[in-house]
Design a protein around this ligand. Structure first.
Ligand SMILES: C[S@@+](CC[C@H](N)C(=O)[O-])C[C@H]1O[C@@H](n2cnc3c(N)ncnc32)[C@H](O)[C@@H]1O
Length: 311
C-alpha cells in the first residue's frame, strides 16, 4: 500500500467522543488508513493503542505512517472479533476506549484491483483479508439463485433482487461473470430505466451486498460489542462505532439499547429475578451524522456515529 491521502470520517467527533485518557489503553478494531488511530496516539502519553485490521495492506501502511509512535502501538493483522484472545496473551484485562469504524476503507475502494469499486474494471474480488478463499467471484458464480436473491435483498435492500439473481444465474450459464463492470452492467440492465438512478447507482447496493457476504461483515457484530463492552471496557470508558448503512446501524443501535436496559422482569414481580443490569449509558441519543462532511469526503454522507459510556 503506497502512502495514501485519506480523510477519517467524523474525526473530531470520534476523538472527543472517546474522552481520551493519555495514560489509557485503547483499541481501534478497524485501523484502515490509520487516521483515527493517529489521532488517538497523538493524545496518549504513557498510554497504548492496539489496532487490528483484516487487511494486511492497512497494517503495513500504518507501520510506516505511525512509525513515530511505535513504542505505544501494537498492530495486529486479524479480525477485530478475535481481539480478546490477543488481549489475554498481552496480559491486558481492561480497555479505556474502543473504536469501530466499520466497512471498507477509502484505500480499498480506490484501489481498483481489490474489486470493491463498480466504477473501475477489475476482477471480482472484494476481500478485505486477501488470504481468505471466499471472494466475490465465488459468490456471484457459485451461489444458487435463492441464496443470491436473499443476499441482494437483505444486505443491499434491493427491490429487484430476484430479477438480478435470476439474470446472474442465466448469464453465468453462458460464461462466468468475471469483472466488476460486467456485474455493474448486468445490474443496471435489470432496473427499469425510469427507476435506474432514483436511489443512486443500483450497482452500489449490489456491491455493498456482495461485499458484506464476502467479508461476513454483520456476523457476530452484536455479540462482539456486548462481550468487549461488558468484560473489557473500564467504568467511564467510551466506545465509538461508525456505520455506513442502515443494517449495520440497526444492529449497533439495538445492541446499545439492550446493554443500557436495566432489569427486564415483569413489573408485577415483587423482586428482580432476571439479574439484568444496565451496563452502559448511551451518550448519543441520536447518532451523529456525517452529512456535513460530505463536501470534503463523499463517504461521510452516510456515516452514523454512536457513542456509549461504560457504567
Ligand atoms: C472504514 S475503514 C477504517 C478507517 C479508519 N478509521 C481510518 O481512520 O482510516 C474500515 C477498515 O476496517 C477493516 N475491517 C472491516 N471489518 C473488519 C474486521 N471484522 N476485522 C478487522 N478489520 C476489519 C477494513 O479492512 C478497513 O480497512
Amino acid at each position: 500500500m503506497t502512502e495514501y491521502k485519506h480523510i477519517p470520517v467524523l474525526y473530531n467527533e470520534v476523538l472527543t467522543g472517546l474522552k481520551i485518557n493519555p495514560q489509557g489503553i485503547y483499541f481501534d478494531g478497524t485501523l484502515g488508513g490509520a487516521g483515527h488511530s493517529e489521532g488517538i496516539l497523538k493524545r496518549l502519553t504513557t498510554g497504548k493503542l492496539i489496532a487490528t485490521d483484516k487487511d494486511n495492506a492497512a497494517i503495513e501502511n500504518a507501520r510506516k505512517k505511525l512509525a513515530d509512535y511505535a513504542d505505544k502501538l501494537f498492530l495486529i493483522n486479524d479480525d477485530y472479533k478475535n481481539i480478546i484472545g490477543h488481549l489475554k496473551k498481552m496480559g491486558i484485562s481492561a480497555l479505556d476506549g474502543i473504536l469501530l469504524d466499520l466497512g471498507v476503507s477509502s484505500y480499498q475502494i480506490d484501489t481498483p484491483e481489490r474489486g470493491f469499486s463498480y466504477i473501475n474494471d477489475a476482477p471480482l474480488d472484494m476481500r478485505m483479508d486477501t488470504s481468505q478463499s471466499k471472494n466475490a467471484y465465488q459468490v456471484i458464480n457459485e451461489y444458487d439463485e435463492r441464496e443470491l436473491a436473499d443476499i441482494l435483498f437483505n444486505y443491499g435492500e434491493e427491490k429487484y433482487a430476484k430479477k438480478i439473481a435470476s439474470k446472474i444465474v442465466s448469464q453465468r450459464k453462458i460464461k462466468p461473470i468475471e469483472s466488476t463492470l460486467e456485474l455493474a452492467e448486468l445490474v443496471n440492465s435489470c432496473i427499469p430505466p425510469k427507476e435506474r438512478y432514483a436511489r443512486g447507482n443500483p450497482a452500489k447496493r449490489i456491491f455493498q451486498a456482495v461485499r458484506i457476504e464476502v467479508n461476513d461483515e454483520l456476523k457476530g457484530l452484536k455479540e462482539f460489542i456486548s462481550e468487549i463492552v461488558i468484560f473489557y471496557l473500564k467504568k467511564g470508558g467510551r466506545m465509538c462505532v461508525i456505520t455506513f448503512h442502515s443494517l449495520e446501524d440497526r444492529i449497533v443501535k439495538h445492541c446499545f439499547k439492550e446493554l443500557e436496559t436495566d432489569c427486564i422482569c415483569d413489573k408485577r414481580l415483587p423482586m428482580c429475578v432476571c439479574n439484568k443490569r444496565k451496563e452502559i449509558e448511551i451518550i448519543t441519543k441520536k447518532p451523529i451524522c456525517g452529512e456535513k462532511e460530505a463536501d470534503i469526503n463523499k463517504r461521510a454522507s452516510s456515516a452514523r456515529l454512536r457513542i456509549i459510556e461504560r457504567v
